[in-house]
Write a protein that binds this ligand. Structure first.
Ligand code: ARG
Length: 583
């Protein structure tokens, strides 16, 4: 077990202390398996597995571990329970010390940065030129955005890459269609939101009119040959789309900027050399007129090897070749050490073939690793893929607008005390937050049901619930005329069990972030924030804050409030969600 340098991560601090005792008893490293417990604060289950390994009774092993463990000041009580669990109750003194540390750390709330930061490249969003962005792009965009924020927060050097679909055979028909419409005027007339329609019209013509289809195919060749006039028309489409994407990103408040775009076309001049390299390495061969790589370990339906198409029989290059070029460029030129690809799970095979080819070519290996982190489908109320009433895929921009519209209605009802202007501002934040949180709070790899009422509810594991909990703490500060900045580092005393329980949750923040970043499990952060807000609610119901029995208790409770508010705001911001101080 690798031990992470942590500052306030209580479960990890316990695990590190126990790990030494476990290693002594085992004779080699053994995982203490510390987790939250109903019976005590935490329990360590590692003795059960170790006992099996050593062929000894688990309770005896647990007793030996406890005897050797130096739990120091951290633990008030440790006892063996059941078949051999170790139940741990954390000492109030130690716990309050950790919360004080979080409170004093105005920048990072006691979250250590990674000791060995890496350059991490995140490939996400990736919408297609001249097509509408759909909910799949929404998922990729907000998952990628949250991951980028989290990686940076933990100290990594993040490169965002927006691999937009701006190249390929579809541009032949799009450009021919532009020319048919009178290209000059088209440039002016093509406007945001019309691109989807433009694409559909071109497609319909392509399917119905063989002459048009023929012209389109010739146009692709001309485009790929670098004809300046054709390229100029292509650029009109790309620029119009990029403006549209930028408007959506701004609406969503995500980090992506035009500088993050490295579209398929940007690899055009590297395709030939990638193919040459693969040929030289003996990784490419002809198959049915196409040039293919057959990465090891994949079998097709017919039991034969599975191809990655490097050059189609008509001489063209496609999605596969472009991704190989992108991979090589990202490792060799951008010097990425960890590469994370975020698309729908349907593209898993494509990326696995690309990564395996990259390993065989020596681009990936000990110094650079690539991961596919796919996501599930967004389902409608009928549990089928989310569609509009007309059966079309839902446009992202429509979803965003509806989220804000619905949030405005909820805010008007829940926060009538705010001015119209404030309500509009809060509706933005709540609507966008709800949309993002509904996505991020679900296990990434699973499908989820899109449900407006649920995501905008002020109860349950939702953005509005967490945002409201945060604003409520600020309303306590306003009522008591407290400047929260003045609380940093003040003394914390934990007397009530609800204070103890809240403090425990607070000290889990650091560990949750480190765990979430490993496997891109953002729902861990969401679940944690929900548990924290729940613990806060119990505390707030039991323990008077502004009217606490004495000054020391009042200050201590205010610190608990402040650290909770800051953890909520920071956690939400890592998910790309804002937390207003008034709502
Ligand atoms: N344009 C693709 C799509 O809409 C996503 C691109 C993902 N990234 C990549 N390197 N292939 O599905």
């Amino acid at each position: 077990m690798r031990s992470l340098r942590v500052v306030t991560d209580l479960p990890e601090l316990l695990a590190q202390k126990l790990a030494r005792a476990f290693a002594d008893v085992a004779g080699s490293p053994a995982d203490p398996a510390v987790r939250r417990s109903d019976r005590a604060d935490y329990q360590a289950d590692g003795a059960l597995r170790l006992a099996k390994q050593l062929g000894r009774p688990p309770r005896e092993v647990a007793a030996e571990v406890l005897e050797r463990a130096d739990l120091g000041e951290l633990v008030a009580n440790a006892e063996i329970a059941g078949p051999g669990f170790v139940n741990l109750t954390v000492a109030d003194e130690a716990l309050s010390g950790l919360v004080e540390q979080m409170s004093a750390d105005t920048e990072r709330l006691g979250v250590a940065t990674i000791p060995e930061p890496e350059r991490v490249l995140v490939d996400y969003s990736g919408p297609n030129v001249a097509k509408e962005m759909h909910v799949g792009h929404l998922r990729s965009t907000i998952i990628g955005d949250a991951l980028s924020r989290l990686l940076s927060h933990l100290g990594h050097d993040v490169i965002r890459q927006n691999h937009i679909g701006d190249w390929g055979t579809q541009f032949g028909m799009l450009i021919e269609h532009m020319l048919d419409l009178g290209a000059g005027e088209t440039a002016q007339e093509l406007s945001v939101g019309d691109l989807g329609e433009f694409y559909r019209d071109a497609r319909a013509k392509f399917d119905a009119d063989p002459d048009f289809a023929d012209r389109s195919r010739r146009r692709v060749v001309v485009l790929q040959g670098g004809d300046p006039e054709t390229l100029a028309l292509w650029r009109v489409l790309v620029e119009e789309s990029e403006r549209y994407f930028a408007a959506v990103y701004e609406r969503l408040s995500v980090l992506l900027t035009p500088a993050d775009i490295a579209g398929e076309s940007s690899y055009n001049d590297q395709l030939a050399s990638v193919i040459d390299e693969l040929v030289q390495l003996g990784l490419a061969r002809e198959s049915e007129g196409a040039l293919c790589a057959f990465p090891e370990g994949f079998t097709g339906r017919d039991g034969g090897p599975m191809p990655l198409i490097l050059r189609k029989s008509d001489g063209g290059f496609g999605y596969d070749t472009t991704d190989l070029a992108a991979l090589r460029h990202r490792v060799h030129d951008l010097k990425a050490r960890r590469l994370v690809y975020i698309t729908d799970l349907g593209q898993r095979l494509h990326f696995e073939l690309v990564f395996q080819t990259g390993r065989e070519a020596g681009w990936l290996g000990a110094d650079a690793r690539a991961e596919f982190q796919g996501f599930g489908v967004v389902l409608g109320p009928d549990r089928k893929r989310l569609r509009t009433r007309a059966g079309e895929s839902v446009k992202l921009i429509d979803l965003i607008e509806e989220a804000v519209r619905r949030a405005a209605a909820v805010v008007a009802e829940k926060a009538p005390h705010l001015s119209a202007e404030e309500q509009a501002e809060v509706a933005q934040i709540v609507g966008i937050g709800a949309l993002k949180y509904a996505d991020l709070s679900n296990d990434r790899a699973k499908d989820y049901v899109f449900d407006w009422d649920r995501m905008l509810s002020f109860d349950g594991n939702t953005a509005p619930y967490l945002q409201y909990a945060h604003a409520r703490i600020h309303s306590v500060f306003r009522r008591g005329e407290i400047d929260p900045a003045s609380l940093a580092g003040a003394k914390v005393v934990l007397a009530d069990p609800a204070e103890h329980a809240l403090a425990l949750r607070l000290t889990e923040f650091e560990g949750v972030l480190h765990k979430a970043v490993e496997e891109v499990e953002l729902h861990r952060i969401a679940g944690y924030l929900f548990d924290l807000a729940t613990a806060f609610t119990s505390f707030y119901e039991r323990c008077p804050v502004l009217r606490a029995e004495d000054e020391a208790t009042r200050t201590s409770r205010l610190v608990l409030c402040d650290v909770t508010a800051r953890v909520l705001a920071t956690g939400l911001s890592l998910l790309g969600i804002a937390a207003p101080i008034r709502m």
